[in-house]
Design a protein around this ligand. Structure first.
Ligand code: 3NM
Ligand code: MG
Length: 514
């Protein structure tokens, strides 16, 4: 098999440590994995003596070769030669690529570990057949992983490889399993290059049934994740938006979708009232254990990070996985994201732990989401702006492109993008800044609407922003509104009125969109 024709889609890396292999037989586990669909195997054994390694390699080769599955040896060029397998995988501290190629010849498959862009570019320019890019996620399987680039970092490496016209194959490695395989492949892909496969250790080697585990992974690799199906990007003019948005609000009222809020202590009641006014059926539940049952009801989830405790994070991750699994829209409101280390960690953990269809936040929150360093945020309020209008537009656009989702940055002008289409919305009223929970309940509103408008989530989010901010404008104008206190009930009334007008087929309220 020429190195170029190798199928890297499901790359099994072995592990003989008791924590992973247990008391099972390595060869039988690999045989089961190959039967299940592993397309390439690497013998990774850091402890056995050379003689044993060669014997194990030969035994494995008897299993892999008849299946047409290449077998590579980790680190050990001598063992690869002695056992007659198809190639080696070398790390940055092993024999260098060029010497390895000289020893093994042009037909051998030689892969290189790259934990950074520099390492990836060097190995690719040297001529490596493939790169193992990682660690995608932190993993207990390998101690001291050098860096955790995540899907965003992998995407950056892939983009640069494509720019340099380096057509090296790539696999992601580190913490990949059946729960995240589809998302890793989907979110790491750049417009110009995507991963050729995923490499796993524990997801197969430690599985109760390695054959089934490999079968499941092979199936997941071939199909896009549930949340990726609905992305449709048609051009939208202001007049399109003004006609489509009231129709969406009417549809929400007709369907009364479940809007599952995992939100902070301050806004529970207000958020539930807003959800009702918008036309949704709210449930305020911070218990991750009931999220799968709720996700099955076909609604959406908003995760609001306003109350941070460690047990909350586990609940958020469980719920996010449940909604991701069925393609139920998940909205992230990273409240106060830049304010404390704990919140920055929370943002990282949640974004590494699942897919958010929409992320909404103020400038500092979105900057934290984008990975910007040194974001200064004093409380959960927006603080002063540090970016120009152009910088804000660029930030929402590039972050949406990277995350393959919709990013909404709120402020006096809101900026929203799905990476292709970017809009600025200048509706709203300053009284929204004088009450608590106005940002949080915008998240609730958007979640409720996107539960119904799944095909075009940017349009759904825009519908939420417009309904919300135009309701605020209408409320502030009312004679009975004297300040923040009287504004809140009037605002809920106007959300309700806009819904009722939309249901009655009167979409004229949306003409106020600007
Ligand atoms: N290399 P699991 S992470 C062998 O980052 C290896 O280069 C890594 O194990 C890297 O699939 C890793 O169980 C272990 O998380 C991957
Ligand atoms: Mg090594």
């Amino acid at each position: 098999m020429a190195p170029k024709d190798v199928d890297y889609s499901l790359y099994l890396v072995t592990d003989n440590t008791p924590a992973i292999l247990g008391d099972r037989d390595l060869v039988s586990v690999v045989q089961a994995a190959v039967q299940g669909g592993a397309t390439i195997v690497q013998l990774r054994d850091k402890t056995s003596d050379t003689g044993d390694l060669v014997r194990i390699a030969k035994e494995l080769h008897q299993v892999t070769k008849p299946a047409g599955v290449p077998l590579l040896i980790n680190d050990r060029v001598d063992v690869a030669l002695a056992s007659g397998v198809e190639g080696v995988h070398i790390g940055q501290d092993d024999l260098d690529y060029k010497t390895t190629r000289k020893i093994l010849g042009p037909e051998a498959i030689i892969g290189v570990t790259a934990n950074s862009l520099e390492e990836a570019l060097i190995a690719a320019r040297d001529g490596a057949d493939y790169l193992g890019l990682g660690a995608v996620f932190a993993t207990p399987t390998k101690e001291n992983t050098k860096s955790i680039p995540g899907t965003a970092g992998i995407q950056h490496i892939l983009t640069r490889l494509a720019e340099e016209k380096l057509d090296v194959k790539t696999v992601g490695i580190g913490g990949i399993n059946a729960k995240n395989a589809q998302r890793v492949l989907y979110q790491s892909a750049s417009a110009t290059k995507k991963l050729d496969g995923i490499a796993v250790v524990s997801a197969i080697m430690a599985a109760e049934n390695p054959e089934e585990a490999a079968e499941d992974l092979e199936m997941l690799i071939k199909i896009p994740p549930p949340f990726a199906k609905s992305i449709a990007k048609s051009a939208l003019t202001l007049s399109d938006i003004q006609t489509k948005v009231p129709a969406i609000i009417a549809k929400v009222a007709a369907k009364k979708p479940l809007c599952h809020n995992m939100t902070n202590l301050v806004v529970q009641n207000f958020a539930a009232n807003v959800a009702l006014a918008v036309g949704c059926s709210p449930i305020m539940s911070n218990n991750g254990l009931e999220a799968a049952d709720l996700a099955a009801l076909g609604g959406s989830l908003v995760i609001n990070m306003g109350t941070t405790t460690t047990d909350m994070r586990a609940n958020h991750l469980t719920a996010l996985a449940a909604y991701n699994a069925v393609g139920g829209p998940a909205i992230f409101d990273p409240v106060g994201a830049g304010a404390t280390q704990e919140r920055r960690n929370g943002v990282k953990a949640l974004m590494a732990g699942g897919y958010f269809d929409i992320i909404k936040g103020n400038e500092n929150e979105i900057r934290t989401v984008s990975g910007a360093a040194g974001v200064k945020q004093h409380g959960v309020d927006s603080g002063t702006s540090q970016l120009s209008r152009e910088e804000r537009i660029a930030l929402v656009k590039t972050t949406a492109q990277r995350e393959k989702n919709v990013i909404l940055m709120t402020g006096a002008t809101d900026f929203i993008s799905d990476g292709e289409r970017t809009f600025a919305v200048s509706n709203g009223h300053e009284l929204l800044g004088e009450i608590t929970g106005s940002g949080c309940t915008l998240g609730t509103t958007i979640a409720g609407i996107v539960a119904v408008e799944r095909k075009d989530k940017l349009l759904g989010a825009l519908a939420g922003v417009l309904m919300y901010e135009i309701a605020a404008e209408r409320a502030a104008k009312r004679g009975d509104v004297k300040g923040p206190g009287t504004f809140v009930p009037a605002f809920i009334d106007e959300l309700y009125n806009i819904r009722q007008e939309s249901v009655a087929g009167d979409g004229s309220w949306a003409q106020a969109a600007k």
